[in-house]
Ligand binder design. Structure first.
Ligand code: FES
Length: 151
């Protein structure tokens, strides 16, 4: 079946409009080519996001476009994301480190987020507040690491 832009495609269907034979899985997550293919599909695409906690445990979740990386962490019980302000960019307790491969795609923080990051623990060049990262097709395969503790 071809991704027609109206239905939520499965991974196998979402290949930039080209139907894949049965048994062939979409393997693009995490690769630039795969990201480009995913970006060409519809707005209901589910992006895979991997959270790594401070102990090194991995949590893989399917995240809907338009939701935030913080919301998906909370919904799926990822430890270490507290999100005390509920996503209002007013607490810095949803701090994460964005994997270098996705840093440019995720982008830089806006000035208000940058100000809040001053209150976060162990801020690094790849620090972001996860409530300010909105899920979109291009973030399929995103990996973020949770710091040892929040602010
Ligand atoms: S949830 Fe409070 S700043 Fe992100």
């Amino acid at each position: 079946m071809i991704c027609d832009g109206r239905r939520r495609p499965s991974r196998r269907q979402c290949s930039g409009g080209v139907a894949l034979p049965a048994g062939i899985a979409y393997m693009g997550a995490g690769s630039p080519a795969g990201l480009r293919r995913a970006a060409s599909c519809n707005a209901d695409f589910m992006a895979k996001i991997t959270y790594i906690d401070s102990e090194g445990s991995r949590y893989e979740v399917e995240a809907e476009n338009g939701s935030t990386v913080m919301e998906n962490a909370i919904r799926n019980g990822v430890p270490g994301i507290e999100a005390e302000c509920g996503g209002a960019c007013a607490c810095a307790t949803c701090h994460v480190y964005v994997d270098e491969a996705f840093r440019e795609i995720v982008g830089d923080p806006e000035p208000m987020e940058e100000d809040m990051l001053d209150f976060a623990f162990d801020v690094r060049p790849n620090s972001r507040l996860s409530c300010q990262i909105r899920v979109r097709d291009e973030l399929d395969g995103l990996v973020v690491t949770v710091p040892e503790r929040q602010g």
